[in-house]
Write a protein that binds this ligand. Sequence first.
Ligand code: SER
Length: 314
Amino acid sequence: MKKILFTGCGGQIGSELLFAFRKEYGNDNIIASDVSPKIKQEILESGPFISLDVTDRQAIANAIDEYKVDAIVHLAGILSAVGEKNPQLAWNVNMNGTVNMFEVAREKGIKRILVPSSIAAFGPDTPHEMTPQRTLLYPTTMYGINKVANELLGSYYNAKYDMDIRGLRYPGIISHKTAPGGGTTDYAVAIYFDAIAKGSYECFLSENTMLPMMYMPDCIKGTFDLFHADKSQLTDATRYNVTAFSVTPKMVADSIKKHIPNFEITYKPDFRQAIADSWTDSMDDHLARQEWGWNPEYDLDKMTEEMLREISLK
Ligand code: SER
């Protein structure tokens, strides 16, 4: 692969993953894009950027031709909470955007596409503890429905057109550089910012809501590694469970209190509680560990220390 198109570079993951790829391939060989032209200066300054709407199939085709793209990292998407407020938008971006990517790639002979899935693929009927990779899904959010369809569609294109589409089911991703864009796990980012700014946080999930999470450096490393893994080793390429640790809001608050003893948390669950309750508590990610060496480095306390330090510096 010589030229890789990135979508969704204004987002929480795209704005950091992009730099891992620019470092590896050279700045000019990673084409950043987002639907919004308002993008961080450091992205604009470090290499090519185009404004690209993934629901516009012709615009994708034009970008691929213009930059001679031969692989794609497709991160553009509408997350769970925003998706529940605007399900039609979620369907359009998450479904039509993804099928556009696959179709244009197929027409142009591009094989490798990375498109992440999510714990949102799971639903109330899914076993909630140590959730296996192959299990009952039946998600109840629009975002989750879209993600399951994307996983299946990727497998379909791989089998039918000999493509090389890969994906991992991200848990909540915690980071301090770019805010997450409207998910249910966003509390686990906001809590750190409010701890530093105000010494307190009002949480939109209840105190014992357990969800799997991961710190951004592990997310970057895992995504990068799956993208580059030997294809012959991947037996379930579009849907690897990956997780680092499972926490409740109370556990995150207790971890923060080790550094800010007066930190206070209150709980005021909203519509996102039902979404979180439908998802899994913890995941079995042994297949990712076995097949492409997934091995996260950060646990809750190690992450908390770094999050608080980095946010204090801002
Ligand atoms: N972080 C996402 C969300 O909460 C889950 O993939 O929507």
